[in-house]
Design a protein around this ligand. Structure first.
Ligand SMILES: C[S@@+](CC[C@H](N)C(=O)[O-])C[C@H]1O[C@@H](n2cnc3c(N)ncnc32)[C@H](O)[C@@H]1O
Length: 253
Protein backbone atom coordinates (compact mmCIF):
# COMPACT_ATOMS: atom_id res chain seq x y z
CA UNK A 1 0.00 0.00 0.00
CA UNK A 2 1.24 3.51 -0.87
CA UNK A 3 1.41 6.22 1.79
CA UNK A 4 1.21 9.71 0.29
CA UNK A 5 2.52 11.45 3.43
CA UNK A 6 5.62 9.20 3.66
CA UNK A 7 6.31 9.58 -0.07
CA UNK A 8 5.97 13.37 -0.07
CA UNK A 9 8.40 13.77 2.86
CA UNK A 10 11.18 14.32 0.30
CA UNK A 11 9.09 16.10 -2.30
CA UNK A 12 11.82 18.59 -3.28
CA UNK A 13 14.19 15.77 -4.21
CA UNK A 14 11.47 13.58 -5.73
CA UNK A 15 9.89 16.34 -7.82
CA UNK A 16 13.09 17.59 -9.42
CA UNK A 17 13.44 14.73 -11.99
CA UNK A 18 9.84 15.32 -13.12
CA UNK A 19 10.69 18.92 -14.05
CA UNK A 20 13.96 17.82 -15.69
CA UNK A 21 11.89 15.35 -17.74
CA UNK A 22 9.13 17.70 -18.86
CA UNK A 23 11.68 20.39 -19.80
CA UNK A 24 12.27 18.15 -22.87
CA UNK A 25 8.59 17.71 -23.74
CA UNK A 26 6.62 19.91 -26.18
CA UNK A 27 3.82 20.65 -23.69
CA UNK A 28 2.63 24.16 -24.49
CA UNK A 29 0.69 23.21 -27.64
CA UNK A 30 -0.52 19.80 -26.45
CA UNK A 31 -4.28 19.27 -26.37
CA UNK A 32 -4.42 15.87 -24.61
CA UNK A 33 -1.97 14.68 -21.95
CA UNK A 34 -1.90 11.70 -19.57
CA UNK A 35 0.19 11.35 -16.43
CA UNK A 36 0.43 7.59 -15.78
CA UNK A 37 1.12 6.58 -12.17
CA UNK A 38 0.37 10.17 -11.16
CA UNK A 39 0.46 9.60 -7.37
CA UNK A 40 -1.19 12.40 -5.39
CA UNK A 41 -1.54 14.48 -8.57
CA UNK A 42 0.44 17.55 -7.51
CA UNK A 43 2.79 17.09 -10.47
CA UNK A 44 -0.15 16.46 -12.81
CA UNK A 45 -1.41 19.87 -11.68
CA UNK A 46 1.99 21.33 -12.62
CA UNK A 47 1.48 19.86 -16.12
CA UNK A 48 -1.87 21.59 -16.26
CA UNK A 49 -0.22 24.93 -15.42
CA UNK A 50 2.26 24.46 -18.29
CA UNK A 51 -0.31 23.27 -20.82
CA UNK A 52 -3.25 25.58 -20.07
CA UNK A 53 -5.27 24.51 -23.13
CA UNK A 54 -4.91 20.77 -22.63
CA UNK A 55 -7.26 18.13 -21.28
CA UNK A 56 -5.25 16.13 -18.79
CA UNK A 57 -5.84 12.77 -17.13
CA UNK A 58 -3.91 11.57 -14.10
CA UNK A 59 -4.14 7.79 -13.73
CA UNK A 60 -3.14 5.80 -10.67
CA UNK A 61 -4.01 2.40 -9.19
CA UNK A 62 -3.69 3.56 -5.56
CA UNK A 63 -6.72 5.14 -3.86
CA UNK A 64 -4.44 6.22 -1.01
CA UNK A 65 -2.22 8.20 -3.38
CA UNK A 66 -5.17 9.70 -5.25
CA UNK A 67 -7.15 10.76 -2.20
CA UNK A 68 -5.73 14.32 -2.08
CA UNK A 69 -5.71 14.91 -5.85
CA UNK A 70 -7.61 18.01 -6.94
CA UNK A 71 -9.46 17.89 -10.26
CA UNK A 72 -10.26 20.94 -12.39
CA UNK A 73 -13.60 20.61 -14.25
CA UNK A 74 -13.18 20.13 -18.03
CA UNK A 75 -9.37 20.29 -17.75
CA UNK A 76 -7.86 17.96 -15.19
CA UNK A 77 -9.35 14.61 -14.23
CA UNK A 78 -8.05 11.83 -11.98
CA UNK A 79 -8.82 8.20 -12.73
CA UNK A 80 -8.44 5.27 -10.35
CA UNK A 81 -7.21 2.56 -12.71
CA UNK A 82 -4.27 0.31 -13.50
CA UNK A 83 -2.31 2.13 -16.19
CA UNK A 84 -2.06 -1.15 -18.14
CA UNK A 85 -5.83 -1.20 -18.56
CA UNK A 86 -6.71 2.47 -18.91
CA UNK A 87 -7.99 3.63 -22.29
CA UNK A 88 -8.10 7.41 -22.80
CA UNK A 89 -11.37 8.91 -24.04
CA UNK A 90 -9.36 10.64 -26.81
CA UNK A 91 -6.01 9.78 -28.43
CA UNK A 92 -3.13 11.38 -26.52
CA UNK A 93 -0.56 13.88 -27.71
CA UNK A 94 1.67 13.42 -24.67
CA UNK A 95 2.11 10.65 -22.11
CA UNK A 96 4.22 11.49 -19.06
CA UNK A 97 5.15 8.88 -16.46
CA UNK A 98 7.39 9.87 -13.57
CA UNK A 99 8.83 7.31 -11.15
CA UNK A 100 6.01 4.83 -11.79
CA UNK A 101 6.76 2.35 -14.61
CA UNK A 102 9.47 0.61 -12.56
CA UNK A 103 6.58 -0.91 -10.57
CA UNK A 104 4.90 -2.27 -13.69
CA UNK A 105 5.89 -5.67 -15.15
CA UNK A 106 6.45 -6.63 -18.80
CA UNK A 107 7.90 -3.53 -20.43
CA UNK A 108 8.16 -5.47 -23.69
CA UNK A 109 4.36 -5.50 -23.74
CA UNK A 110 3.93 -2.08 -22.13
CA UNK A 111 5.90 0.02 -24.64
CA UNK A 112 3.81 -0.98 -27.71
CA UNK A 113 0.63 -0.51 -25.67
CA UNK A 114 1.59 3.04 -24.60
CA UNK A 115 2.76 3.82 -28.15
CA UNK A 116 -0.67 2.73 -29.38
CA UNK A 117 -2.42 5.32 -27.17
CA UNK A 118 -0.59 8.17 -28.90
CA UNK A 119 -1.58 10.26 -31.90
CA UNK A 120 0.65 10.21 -34.98
CA UNK A 121 2.88 13.00 -33.67
CA UNK A 122 2.70 11.94 -30.02
CA UNK A 123 5.34 11.95 -27.34
CA UNK A 124 6.09 9.43 -24.56
CA UNK A 125 8.16 10.87 -21.69
CA UNK A 126 9.33 8.58 -18.91
CA UNK A 127 11.58 8.83 -15.86
CA UNK A 128 12.44 5.81 -13.73
CA UNK A 129 14.95 5.26 -10.94
CA UNK A 130 18.06 3.36 -12.10
CA UNK A 131 19.25 2.53 -8.59
CA UNK A 132 18.46 -1.18 -8.41
CA UNK A 133 22.10 -1.95 -7.59
CA UNK A 134 22.51 0.88 -5.05
CA UNK A 135 23.21 -0.12 -1.39
CA UNK A 136 19.60 0.74 -0.43
CA UNK A 137 18.37 -2.07 -2.69
CA UNK A 138 21.33 -4.49 -2.43
CA UNK A 139 21.14 -4.53 1.39
CA UNK A 140 17.38 -5.00 1.25
CA UNK A 141 17.77 -7.99 -1.10
CA UNK A 142 20.49 -9.47 1.10
CA UNK A 143 18.40 -9.20 4.29
CA UNK A 144 15.15 -10.45 2.77
CA UNK A 145 16.94 -13.52 1.38
CA UNK A 146 17.85 -14.60 4.95
CA UNK A 147 15.50 -17.40 6.06
CA UNK A 148 15.01 -15.85 9.55
CA UNK A 149 12.80 -13.08 8.15
CA UNK A 150 10.64 -15.35 5.97
CA UNK A 151 10.55 -12.64 3.33
CA UNK A 152 11.52 -14.54 0.19
CA UNK A 153 9.84 -12.92 -2.80
CA UNK A 154 8.83 -9.80 -0.85
CA UNK A 155 11.06 -7.47 -2.87
CA UNK A 156 9.70 -5.89 -6.00
CA UNK A 157 11.37 -7.62 -8.98
CA UNK A 158 13.41 -5.56 -11.44
CA UNK A 159 10.97 -4.51 -14.15
CA UNK A 160 12.91 -1.58 -15.64
CA UNK A 161 15.22 -2.44 -18.53
CA UNK A 162 18.60 -0.81 -19.31
CA UNK A 163 18.14 2.60 -20.96
CA UNK A 164 19.51 1.36 -24.30
CA UNK A 165 16.69 -1.20 -24.42
CA UNK A 166 14.08 1.61 -24.49
CA UNK A 167 15.99 3.47 -27.20
CA UNK A 168 16.07 0.34 -29.38
CA UNK A 169 12.50 -0.77 -28.63
CA UNK A 170 10.95 2.66 -29.23
CA UNK A 171 13.07 3.28 -32.34
CA UNK A 172 11.73 -0.02 -33.71
CA UNK A 173 8.21 1.27 -32.94
CA UNK A 174 8.85 4.37 -35.07
CA UNK A 175 10.00 6.92 -32.49
CA UNK A 176 12.96 9.26 -32.28
CA UNK A 177 14.33 8.88 -28.77
CA UNK A 178 16.10 11.41 -26.55
CA UNK A 179 17.52 9.42 -23.62
CA UNK A 180 19.81 10.27 -20.73
CA UNK A 181 20.83 9.24 -17.21
CA UNK A 182 21.63 11.48 -14.26
CA UNK A 183 22.88 10.81 -10.75
CA UNK A 184 21.42 13.31 -8.29
CA UNK A 185 23.40 13.75 -5.09
CA UNK A 186 20.69 14.50 -2.56
CA UNK A 187 21.70 15.82 0.84
CA UNK A 188 19.18 14.55 3.39
CA UNK A 189 18.65 15.56 6.99
CA UNK A 190 17.41 13.74 10.08
CA UNK A 191 18.31 10.71 12.22
CA UNK A 192 18.33 8.04 9.50
CA UNK A 193 17.01 9.89 6.46
CA UNK A 194 17.84 7.17 3.91
CA UNK A 195 15.64 4.76 5.87
CA UNK A 196 12.83 7.34 5.81
CA UNK A 197 13.38 7.76 2.07
CA UNK A 198 13.07 4.04 1.25
CA UNK A 199 10.08 3.62 3.57
CA UNK A 200 8.20 5.69 0.97
CA UNK A 201 9.22 3.43 -1.95
CA UNK A 202 11.36 0.25 -2.14
CA UNK A 203 10.75 -0.83 1.46
CA UNK A 204 6.94 -0.72 1.16
CA UNK A 205 6.39 -4.25 -0.22
CA UNK A 206 8.70 -5.68 2.45
CA UNK A 207 7.12 -3.81 5.37
CA UNK A 208 3.69 -4.91 4.15
CA UNK A 209 4.71 -8.47 5.11
CA UNK A 210 5.99 -7.62 8.59
CA UNK A 211 4.14 -6.77 11.79
CA UNK A 212 4.86 -5.98 15.45
CA UNK A 213 8.26 -6.94 16.86
CA UNK A 214 9.42 -8.61 13.62
CA UNK A 215 8.79 -5.37 11.76
CA UNK A 216 10.60 -3.32 14.42
CA UNK A 217 13.56 -5.74 14.42
CA UNK A 218 13.81 -5.66 10.62
CA UNK A 219 13.73 -1.87 10.60
CA UNK A 220 16.50 -1.77 13.26
CA UNK A 221 18.73 -4.18 11.31
CA UNK A 222 18.14 -2.54 7.93
CA UNK A 223 18.41 0.95 9.45
CA UNK A 224 21.82 0.17 10.98
CA UNK A 225 23.10 -1.15 7.65
CA UNK A 226 21.89 2.01 5.90
CA UNK A 227 23.67 4.22 8.44
CA UNK A 228 26.91 2.36 7.63
CA UNK A 229 26.36 2.56 3.88
CA UNK A 230 25.28 6.23 3.92
CA UNK A 231 27.25 7.87 6.76
CA UNK A 232 26.10 11.26 8.01
CA UNK A 233 28.46 14.17 7.27
CA UNK A 234 28.66 17.57 8.95
CA UNK A 235 26.36 19.01 6.23
CA UNK A 236 23.84 16.12 6.11
CA UNK A 237 23.62 12.62 4.61
CA UNK A 238 24.52 12.39 0.91
CA UNK A 239 22.32 9.98 -1.08
CA UNK A 240 23.48 9.41 -4.68
CA UNK A 241 20.43 8.54 -6.77
CA UNK A 242 20.68 7.51 -10.43
CA UNK A 243 17.69 8.00 -12.70
CA UNK A 244 17.00 7.15 -16.35
CA UNK A 245 14.96 9.36 -18.68
CA UNK A 246 13.61 9.01 -22.19
CA UNK A 247 11.45 11.26 -24.35
CA UNK A 248 10.26 9.46 -27.47
CA UNK A 249 8.58 11.39 -30.27
CA UNK A 250 6.86 9.71 -33.22
CA UNK A 251 9.24 9.94 -36.15
CA UNK A 252 7.35 11.62 -38.97
CA UNK A 253 10.38 12.10 -41.29
C1 LIG B 1 6.71 6.66 -6.76
S1 LIG B 1 5.05 7.09 -7.04
C2 LIG B 1 5.21 8.46 -8.19
C3 LIG B 1 4.00 9.33 -8.24
C4 LIG B 1 4.10 10.54 -9.16
N1 LIG B 1 4.27 10.18 -10.56
C5 LIG B 1 5.19 11.48 -8.71
O1 LIG B 1 6.21 11.56 -9.40
O2 LIG B 1 5.02 12.13 -7.67
C6 LIG B 1 4.55 5.74 -8.08
C7 LIG B 1 3.08 5.71 -8.38
O3 LIG B 1 2.85 4.74 -9.39
C8 LIG B 1 1.60 4.15 -9.11
N2 LIG B 1 1.50 2.87 -9.82
C9 LIG B 1 2.29 1.78 -9.68
N3 LIG B 1 1.88 0.80 -10.49
C10 LIG B 1 0.80 1.27 -11.16
C11 LIG B 1 -0.08 0.72 -12.14
N4 LIG B 1 0.09 -0.53 -12.61
N5 LIG B 1 -1.09 1.48 -12.60
C12 LIG B 1 -1.27 2.75 -12.15
N6 LIG B 1 -0.46 3.32 -11.22
C13 LIG B 1 0.56 2.59 -10.73
C14 LIG B 1 1.57 4.01 -7.61
O4 LIG B 1 0.27 3.82 -7.10
C15 LIG B 1 2.21 5.33 -7.18
O5 LIG B 1 1.26 6.34 -6.94
Amino acid sequence: MWNAAQYSQFSNERDRPFFDLIAQVPLAQAATIADLGCGDGHLTAALSARAPNARIWGVDSSREMLQDSVAIPERLEFVHCDLREWNPPQPLEVIVSNAALQWVPDHAGLMPRLAGLLLGTGCLAVQMPANFDAPTHAILRELTSRPQWELQGANEPRHAQPLGWYVETLSDLGFQVNAWETTYLHVLHGQNPVLEWVKGTALRPVLAKLEGERRAAFLRTYGERLLEAYPAQSFGTPLPFKRAFFVAVKDTR
